[in-house]
Design a binder for this molecule. Sequence first.
Ligand code: FES
Length: 128
Amino acid sequence: MAYQNDDEQAYPSGRVVARLGEITPGCTKKFIRTVNGRDTECFIVNYGGELFAYVNSCRHVPMTMDWVDNQFLNEDGRYILCATHGAAYEPDTGECIFGPPCGQFLAKVPLTIEAGQVIAGQPEAPDD
Ligand code: FES
């Protein structure tokens, strides 16, 4: 189930959050979506040349995961790490494979590309 989207709609599929090519492999970018009237921090990760996006909220305790602003990936870029207790998530699926929320998934944000723009749709509600 998706949250209600309160954002101004620049594109029918969502809101422009980056330019195509702006986020190079191994890099991330944060953005805000307004969900149910509240600003919700999200991030895009370029993993292996593909873009994925998630709500910036760990599945263990709902805290932001970057210990340094916009620093989500471990040293070799293989996993998204939560700074608080070290949970490791797969960048391409959002599945936690190590740490307290093992087996749970980050809330995904669907992305589409239109006219060279990266557009973020409505974040999914995390499954419990
Ligand atoms: S808050 Fe992320 S692992 Fe505990």
